[in-house]
Write a protein that binds this ligand. Structure first.
Ligand SMILES: C[S@@+](CC[C@H](N)C(=O)[O-])C[C@H]1O[C@@H](n2cnc3c(N)ncnc32)[C@H](O)[C@@H]1O
Length: 181
């Protein structure tokens, strides 16, 4: 089932909304080997992450055009793009880090966090970024947009706990690192 409010604007506009090097630095993405990502979108994070790690990025989306765009941008990198409904089926891989970027406004966040926990190898982390709760140029309706404290509560129900403070990811995002309890 496609996550509510998960459609994308055009690619240049979407990618103007993030400081991608800063986000990857603050999440310390280079520590990890294999990565699983829910929603490759345009490959906005897939491609720079594949360049920053030594393992493989497994990335999943429902939309054929998103998968095609990411595959084209990721040519020559260790990236596996698959059409898969992660909400229904989970990730189907075991990795060192799971990325839930701009997606936890979904209908069943604890179930999705359960899928993420199940995909983690020992010592792994779930990394979340989401839109700040307030006026932003894009992002889901505030009525369904989770605050960091809300995500931390859901994470607890999925067997996870915060691994550090909430990260400031300007201009528009915050981040959370979650590990198994
Ligand atoms: C808001 S976009 C975020 C893309 C990317 N994570 C980013 O931050 O640039 C959400 C993406 O998730 C995909 N998606 C939505 N529901 C999904 C599902 N159930 N399984 C896999 N992908 C899904 C959408 O097609 C879309 O490309």
């Amino acid at each position: 089932m496609k996550v509510r409010d998960s459609g994308m604007p055009d690619e240049p506009y979407w990618e103007s909304l993030f400081d991608i090097p800063l986000i990857l630095k603050r999440l310390a993405i280079g520590r990890f080997h294999d990565v699983a990502e829910l929603g490759c979108g345009y490959g906005t994070f897939t491609v720079p992450i594949a360049k920053a790690i030594r393992g493989t990025v497994y990335t999943f989306d429902l939309e054929p055009e998103m998968l095609a765009r990411t595959r084209a941008r990721a040519a020559g990198l260790r990236v596996i793009c698959q059409q898969r409904d992660v909400v229904e089926c989970g990730f189907g891989v075991q990795v060192d880090v799971v990325l839930l970027f701009n997606i936890l406004h979904c209908e069943q966040p604890v179930s999705l966090l359960d899928h993420a926990t199940a995909a983690l190898r020992p010592g792994g982390e779930v990394l979340v970024i989401h839109w700040r709760h307030g006026t932003t140029p894009r992002g889901p309706n505030l009525a369904i947009r989770p605050r960091p404290e809300q995500i931390a509560e859901w994470a607890t129900l999925a067997g996870l706990e915060p691994a550090g403070e909430v990260l400031d990811l300007p201009p528009w995002h915050y981040g959370l690192r979650l590990r198994r309890k």
